[in-house]
Write a protein that binds this ligand. Sequence first.
Ligand code: UD1
Ligand code: CA
Length: 492
Amino acid sequence: MTELTVIVLAAGGGTRMKSKTPKVLHRIGGRSMIGHVLTAVGTLEPARVVTVVGHQRELVGPHVSELRPDAVLAVQEEQLGTGHAVRIALEALDVPPREGTVLIAYGDTPLLAGETLQAFAASHRAAGAAVSILSGIVANPHGYGRIVRDEAGVVQAIVEEKDASEEERAIREINSGILAFDAAFLLEAIGRIGNDNAKGEYYLTDAIGLARADDLTVAAHAVDDALQTEGANDRVQLAELGRELNRRIVTRWMQAGVTVMDPATTWIDADVVLAQDVTILPGTQLLGATVVAEDAVIGPDTTLEDCEIGAGARVVRTHGQLAVIGASATVGPFAYLRPGTELGAKGKIGTFVETKNAKIADGAKVPHLSYVGDAEIGEGTNIGAGTIFANYDGVNKHRTVVGKHARTGSNNTFVAPVTIGDGASTGGGTVVRRDVPAGALAVSGGPQRNLAGWVASRRAGTAQAEAAGAVPGEQSENGQGLGGDPGEQAES
Ligand code: UD1
Ligand code: CA
């Protein structure tokens, strides 16, 4: 196998994005545009990758280095054309490639697939060409370099839009921008490219004419899926390519055995991994490095970012980030899983429950209206409705530990740091400020007082008072209406 060098051009400004973010850093499918390109390039296992950076290189450079630490960054201060950019890239290498293939790609073509590059590189080598063009036939060739062939069909040159004659502009065969070079030819030809053209730029595409003048072979390899080489120049194109990328990803998962009820409202990032027989209901976004195991059902209306969902789990109307959900566990509807949430097998995080840094063991349940922060809940424990794990004292965060098979009452507050022992219970409305030993029942607050006749004396003439007098079955000890402090709610 011949040695491969890949040069990714990403020095351009991208003014039409109207953004403080450089064009190639705009994201679709959970990756930057240049991230998609580098992923496709990575499948070729190139010996070297050079990325040409210029505009906002203080942002583009570190991003590229993070994705591909071995990539060489070549700085192009002024964007004098694609030919100039490639010259800078070659100069940035300690040892320029003298043999093998040099592949040129752009940093803003997010739909580019590794297989397409592999097929292109293989056809370039098979043709023994000095240069190969990844070409396409498009309905509207405006703006592209046109591929000019002679009567025999042999490629002679690429003519840029601004330099093209009327006749050449009618050509619908275009240069996608992706080119493959014989390294020795490129090294020699790059210095011969001038800038005597309509734009005053150094056109890399002039290398085609130079190869032909030397009687070297120029090949064109047609890509049938033209969108793969399409760039996003503005946010309208970005959204269009984003939707198309998503359509492709969703289709791929359906083909792999995932049920997607509504592909149009299902968004799946490129790095998400789904097992067979996962079901995704409408309005669901699976983002980042989310992994979903077999038979899990996600949605409707659920967003999961960097989450791990166990086999057979059920996640309904939930927003989750960096959470791990066990096998056959249930989550939602209306749950908010924050980073550090871990729910064990067959556990439950129910309705209107927020969790953060919370380890909830196998079979443990937090079914209703609760906040669980900085906590550990043991196996088989049930947390009562409306429980707040008060983890923050205004300065520091503290942990709450609840043992296994505990039963805590409704409307509790656990004031951390506090521990509730194995098999313990707490009464409704308990504020737990001190540790509860294993097996104990904790209750807090004074004993209940019933102020007999309070309604009759303080709410005379109201429907409440009338009702209190009219229902003999609810009379208290001294024959008067059932009392209670104003505002106190019945315990569930
Ligand atoms: C280029 C091709 C054209 C092809 C088209 C496909 C040339 C001369 N023309 O035209 O044949 O049909 O792409 O989209 O190559 N860049 C740099 N430094 C520079 C100039 C460009 O890094 O000095 C980068 C840009 O950021 C961009 C890419 O190279 O990613 C293409 O540059 P652009 O100016 O858009 O080329 P086109 O005129 O579109
Ligand atoms: Ca362009």
